[in-house]
Design a protein around this ligand. Structure first.
Ligand code: NAD
Ligand code: LMR
Length: 356
């Protein structure tokens, strides 16, 4: 009679043959997860992360697995998705985790999703601008958005991949071509600028950063990142020196991290935190919670540009209301003009990439 070990090996071989794309591992008793009675899956939203094995993707996946609003979490990447999925799936939180590896599994990763978060693409090294990433990341974002248009055209999209000022227009053009574009559902993630602004302003004021709210408008690169220090809550005032220090530090926060990491990439942990803060706000909006307001780079009529970051109200359909800039001081008005000049070129570059 075959030993228990041999029997288990046979079951494992048979199972691997029958389920070649099943990324969930067998346990030592030979029992497959599909045989377990508990199927998991509390009520909640279905979320996919594209680029889930990367520097942002991994901590983002971990934090989304901890989010009680998430019932299903799909982790897609072109490398190492099985490892990250196996690891995250052992966390004893509600969301069921499934992994998807490579282009042939993109459609399965996306089908049925309510929210798709995209941190796929290459990060900066010292000396590079975000625009230097365009060549590689534009194509990655195009392919992933074509998948979204095919498989989950109604999903809310949170786009993190840089240069955000160009990748959001790229995504919009892909969705237009596919006939699925809904501007309310496409959101460029600029939350890290707000997170940094809250932190740096709190340091200057000697406050708890959780009590500080700094609107950051414009875009997500250099001078296009425009903190509105005249609208900080709680109301406060800054000297000219403080205003210049804070504006410069907020605009160059990304470069500060890129240089400190010295070739090992850009912000990942603070970005994962910011991405989860923003995704959670989107999910609360989808659930129908009232008064969910965050900054995001969206299709907009606030300025003459077709896209602009401002505060938006998040609801069941995504960015349901886009707020005006509010009163700006002279320093901010000058900053706005600079931001718009740079943004115009980046937006056009994204549009032309698809429409040429
Ligand atoms: P990373 O290199 O560590 O990870 C990127 C991941 O994307 C990798 O796992 C890679 O395999 C994956 N990937 C590459 N091509 C893919 C494809 N076609 N489909 C799916 N996955 C693919 O980089 P990172 O540090 O995680 O940064 C990712 C992106 O986020 C960069 O473009 C970076 O500039 C950007 N970023 C944006 C913000 C923001 O505030 N919006 C902040 C930080 C970083
Ligand atoms: C950031 O702001 O940290 C990101 O956009 C990454 C980068 O390249 O700076």
């Amino acid at each position: 009679m075959a030993s228990r070990v041999e029997a288990n090996q046979r079951i494992a071989r048979l199972s691997a043959h029958l389920y070649p794309s099943n990324l969930q591992m067998e346990d030592s008793s030979g029992m497959r997860r599909a045989n377990c009675r508990a199927k998991g899956g509390a009520p909640g939203f279905k979320v996919a992360i594209l680029g889930a094995a990367g520097g942002i993707g991994q901590p983002l996946a971990m934090l989304m697995k901890m989010n009680p609003l998430v019932s299903v979490l799909h982790l897609y990447d072109v490398v190492n998705a099985p490892g990250v999925t196996a690891d995250i799936s052992h966390m004893d939180t509600g969301a069921v985790v499934r992994g998807f590896l490579g282009q042939p599994q993109l459609d399965n990763a996306l089908t049925g999703m309510d929210l798709v978060i995209i941190p796929a693409g290459v990060p900066r090294k010292p000396g590079m601008t975000r625009d230097d990433l365009f060549k590689i990341n534009a194509g990655i974002v195009r392919t992933l958005c074509e998948g979204i248009a095919r498989c989950c055209p109604k999903a809310i999209v949170n786009l993190i991949s840089n240069p955000v000022n160009s990748t959001v227009p790229i995504a919009a053009e892909v969705f237009k071509k596919a006939g699925t574009y809904d501007p309310k559902r496409l959101l460029g993630v600029t939350m890290l600028d707000v997170v940094r602004a809250n932190t740096f302003v709190a340091e200057v004021l000697g406050l708890d950063p959780r009590e500080v709210d700094v609107p950051v408008v414009g875009g997500h690169s250099g001078v296009t990142i425009l903190p509105l220090l005249s609208q900080v809550k709680p109301p406060c005032s800054f000297t000219q020196e403080e205003t210049e220090y804070l504006t410069d530090r907020i605009q160059n926060g990304g470069t500060e991290v890129v240089e400190a990491k010295a070739g090992a990439g850009s912000a990942t942990l603070s970005m994962a935190y910011a991405a989860v803060k923003f995704a959670d706000a989107c999910l609360r909006g989808l659930r129908g919670d009232a008064g969910i307001v965050e900054c995001s780079f969206v299709a907009s009529q606030v300025t003459e540009l077709p896209f602009f970051a401002t505060k938006v109200r998040l609801g069941r359909n995504g960015a349901e209301e886009i707020y005006q800039l509010g009163p700006l001081n002279e320093y901010e008005r000058a900053g706005l003009e600079k931001a718009k000049r740079e943004l115009a070129g980046s937006i056009q570059k994204g549009i032309s990439f698809i429409s040429k």
